[in-house]
Design a protein around this ligand. Structure first.
Ligand code: FAD
Length: 457
């Protein structure tokens, strides 16, 4: 079986390696660097940045733990960016190594689907190569959107692509969009010394998350002196040599050295030839697939940010694995009920399954269990007492959703993702002995709280 993957982001590169492991002869075509948005311009660079601001926060709070640090603490912004690049480059090498180990044939160039058995690759020097194949997996990802009114120029008005490689922390920044990217970059830059203003058109920052979780993060942003405008959009943007001014729809205006537009990403299917090859695309340019990742053309699959599911690296990877297994003859489906949603701010935010708002919209009757980290020995010991766990169960005690805001929320979420995925009840998971002292006890207490049995509440 010959399988050709177009795009080597977390969707495409994992699909290529898995296809090789399952015995296929694999070609992967990538126009840029392997690792895609996630590794080069997304998940990993932002987490490397946030790790730097965490170190700064730890050093600045050392005195609270009885540790004296003599001398001044300062940020070497270039070194922060250099470390981010070093982390990224190491991981890119890792993918090249895995490709070689698994005999994935990587072709550098832009792939275009001609028909279900033919892909044409245009290389940097303009030459073309034709790849004959049995199955095709489209994994070309997404790019940031920046509508004309924002006057994007890549210098004063930028997107997440440029913000990761600034030579110095800007003196001030307006961030349009209070979603995951806006919040993560906003807090990082604020801790690097930048004056940050976030403008979010919807009623809360992190609009897809639980309202109380969003409020908790907002409280931290206030402490960080990040200015936040919610429920108001940007009406007009004026760019001059040394500043950017955003007039808001409520008549107010904000001004800063630069502006980051972080309002979403669009599927990247430009020049991919998908439609000409008969692949159905929806009104927003996303490739239409079923839960087996099959497109309208038999033998052609699509995964990751180019389809209409959550734009997350772990979703792209799972879809890639399922597409490959199906291409090799299996009958696999992606289960989307338990997709983890993670935000790596301080405090971290994590959610899975339904929020209260989702339950209300869907008419699901629900009960809640909550628990504050502040009441936990481990949280007190490590000095991270901010935040809480909220679990949501249906009428049958089945855990249908959970939200966590607090220390290590993104790691803690895994247990509740498993519970939602397997349809476990609050009683079943609450019955498990959790280690003491650990932050995971907050999950157990919240699960006990569903039945009014949390000992420490
Ligand atoms: P991509 O990663 O976009 O990869 C697509 C690849 O295809 C690219 O390398 C591109 O060059 C290549 N390509 C495109 N067209 C062609 C063509 N015609 N021929 C050859 N190659 C082509 N997600 C998380 O889960 N966790 C996070 O913490 C997180 N943080 C993020 C932070 C930021 C700032 C951003 C922007 C995104 C973040 N994401 C995060 C989202 C995540 O990066 C994406 O969901 C993920 O990268 C999508 O994977 P993909 O394989 O579908 O596409």
């Amino acid at each position: 079986m010959r399988i050709t993957v177009i795009g080597a982001g977390p969707g495409g590169y994992e699909a290529a390696i898995m296809a090789a492991k399952l015995g296929a002869e694999v070609t992967c075509i990538e126009k840029d660097e392997v690792g895609g948005t996630c590794l080069n311009r997304g998940c990993i660079p932002t987490k490397a940045f946030l790790a730097a601001s965490d170190v700064l926060e730890t050093v600045e709070s050392a005195k609270d733990f009885g540790i004296n640090i003599d001398g001044t603490v300062s940020v070497d912004y270039k070194a922060v960016v250099d470390r981010k690049n070093k982390v990224k480059d190491g991981l890119i090498k890792g993918i090249h190594f895995l490709f070689e180990e698994n005999k994935v044939n990587l072709i550098k160039g832009t792939g275009k689907i001609i028909d279900k058995n033919t892909v044409e690759v245009t290389k940097e020097d303009g030459s073309t190569e034709t790849v004959e194949t049995d199955k095709i997996i489209l994994a070309t990802g997404s790019v940031p959107v920046s509508p004309g009114m924002f006057k994007y120029d890549g210098k004063k008005v930028i997107t997440s692509d440029e913000v990761l490689d600034l030579e110095k922390a800007p003196e001030s920044i307006i961030i349009v969009g209070g979603g995951v990217i806006g919040c993560e970059i906003g807090q990082f830059l604020s801790r690097m010394g930048t004056k940050v203003t976030i403008v979010e058109a919807l009623e809360q920052i992190l609009p897809n998350e639980d309202k109380d979780v969003s409020k908790q993060l907002l409280r931290q942003f206030k402490k960080d002196k990040i200015k936040v405008h919610t429920g108001v959009g940007v009406a007009e943007v004026e760019v001059s040599d040394d500043s950017v001014k955003a007039s808001l729809a409520n008549g107010k205006s904000v001004e800063a050295e630069i502006m980051l537009v972080a309002i979403g990403r669009r599927s990247f299917v430009d020049n991919l030839g998908a439609q000409d090859a008969g692949v159905e695309v929806d009104e927003r340019g996303r490739i239409v697939v079923n839960d087996k990742m099959e497109t309208s053309v038999p033998g052609v699959y699509a995964i990751g940010d180019i389809v209409a599911t959550a734009q997350l690296a772990h979703v792209a990877s799972k879809e890639g694995i399922v597409a490959v297994e199906n291409a090799m003859g299996a009958d696999k489906h992606v289960a989307y009920a338990a997709v983890p949603r993670c935000v790596y701010t301080e405090p971290e935010v994590a959610g899975v399954g339904l929020t209260e708002k989702d339950c209300e919209k869907k008419g699901v009757e629900y009960k809640l269990g909550t628990f504050d980290f502040r009441a936990l020995g481990k949280a007190q010991a490590i000095g991270k007492i901010q935040g809480f766990v909220k679990v949501i169960v249906d009428n049958n005690d089945v855990i249908v959703g959970a939200s966590i805001v607090g220390p290590h929320a993104t790691d803690l979420l895994a247990e509740l993702s498993l519970a939602v995925h397997l349809g476990l009840t609050a009683e079943q998971v609450g019955d498990v002995i959790h280690p003491h002292p650990s932050l995971s006890e907050a999950l157990m207490e919240a699960l006990h709280d569903v039945h009014g049995k949390s000992v420490h509440k």
